[in-house]
Design a protein around this ligand. Structure first.
Ligand code: NAD
Ligand code: DAU
Length: 347
């Protein structure tokens, strides 16, 4: 099998690439990534010499490049993760999200449609998406696969749009597809612009912890390796033209999560209990901030037997341990442009 994985140098993509390269030695895994600020080949150092792994640097927005690539390599499947992924950046620059998340996705769909139309039965286009497309929940309820789309940020609007295009290519042209919508991931190789890795880095550096608004916003957290396992199952066993919701059954209000993280870090860093909590600073809220996300993952559980394998306490400890023993990785990604980003967003 020739399998194209887009965005494989990013956070989730690198875990997906690693899993497929290690578990499927007879597949050729092609990792296509533009290496934006979020893409980092250091994430894949341990598998870069495997004979079934191939890296291609390229931009999914570049239509001729994508068409040529599909002509050169007869892909049997695509797992599409490449995206602009940070809500706060989407508020600053929505067009960048339209380019990659919408136009980039349509470029891939067009190339697949063109090159695969005589052999659709053997092919699969799998689009990795987010629970944010459903908008915000109130205090009760869960997102199911039939929840209405109601995106509130430029990021989630662009992901919703890409989901619609994937489904439309299935209905209009018969393209075989699968989509999954997942809740918040955490774990190793997470870029320190998102809540958990940003706060781990700030605690290490004794910098303030900027909690948006009243900190009562709720997210459903899933260890990234469990997401990669779900993607493997949906790719191989998921029904054609269907969506699967993936989540951690693990809701936390931001402020409670941050306090737990402070406690874990104080212990690991041999600091006095309560020391890191003093760094918490309530700051201006994110515009359009979604109150609560929570996934009903019973469909993937019943149909494909998937459930999270890592508890939150275990996953958080593994994550903290990883960051503490990979200070070189952390130093590399927080030097240079990151400093400018941080100043712009948080000063
Ligand atoms: P990320 O930002 O860490 O990685 C994105 C990767 O895509 C990077 O390697 C980047 O270089 C690459 N990329 C960006 N623009 C590109 C372009 N134009 N051409 C080629 N490559 C490009 O993102 P992530 O958190 O790993 O998310 C991966 C996917 O999963 C995204 O589609 C995201 O919407 C989705 N998702 C993320 C989460 C989460 O909690 N992080 C949850 C659910 C779904
Ligand atoms: O739900 C899935 C989504 O989860 C993915 O599709 C996105 O790609 C991913 O970035 C994530 O989106 P969130 O906006 O939920 O994640 P983030 O880590 O940016 O924020 C988590 C919560 O923490 C959110 O309520 C905002 C808050 N927050 C975040 C940052 C960066 C803060 O209070 N302070 C911060 O500095």
């Amino acid at each position: 099998m020739n399998l194209l994985i887009t965005g494989g140098a990013g956070f989730i993509g690198s875990h997906v690439v690693r899993r497929f390269v290690q578990n499927y030695p007879n597949y050729h895994i092609y990792n296509l990534d533009a290496l934006t600020y979020a893409g980092n080949l250091e994430n894949l150092k341990d598998i870069e010499d495997f004979p079934n792994y191939h890296f291609i640097k390229g931009d999914i927005v570049d239509e001729p490049f994508i068409n040529d690539l599909f002509v050169k390599i007869d892909f049997d499947g695509v797992i599409h993760l490449a995206a602009e992924s940070h809500v706060d950046r989407s508020i600053e620059d929505p067009l960048a999200f339209v380019r990659t998340n919408v136009i980039g996705t349509v470029n891939l769909l067009n190339a697949a449609k063109k090159l695969w139309s005589n052999s659709y039965v053997k092919k699969r286009f799998y689009h990795v998406s987010t629970d944010e497309v459903y908008g915000s929940l109130g205090k009760e309820g869960l997102f199911t696969e039939t929840s209405l789309y109601n995106p509130n940020s430029p990021y989630s609007a662009s992901k919703a749009s890409s989901d619609h295009f994937v489904r439309a290519y299935g209905e209009t042209y018969g393209l075989p597809f699968g989509i999954s919508n997942c809740s918040n991931n955490y774990g190793p190789y997470h870029f320190p612009e998102k809540l958990i890795p940003l706060f781990i880095n700030n605690i290490i550096e004794r910098k303030s912890l900027p909690v948006y608004g009243d900190g009562k916003y709720t997210r459903d957290w899933l260890f990234v390796e469990d997401h990669a396992m779900a993607i493997d199952l949906v790719f191989h066993k998921g029904k054609n033209h269907e969506t699967y919701n993936i989540g951690g059954f693990n809701e936390w209000q931001n402020i409670d999560l941050v306090k737990l993280l402070c406690k874990v870090m104080d212990k690991k860093l041999n600091r006095r209990e309560g020391e890191s909590e003093k760094l918490i600073a309530y700051v201006k809220d994110r515009p359009g901030h979604d109150l609560r996300y929570a996934i009903d993952a019973s469909k993937i559980n019943k149909e494909l037997g998937w459930k999270p394998s890592v508890t939150f306490e275990e996953g958080l400890e593994r994550t903290v341990d990883w960051y503490l023993s990979n200070s070189e990785w952390l130093n590399h990604v927080t030097s240079g442009d990151y400093k400018e980003y941080y100043k712009k967003m948080y000063s």
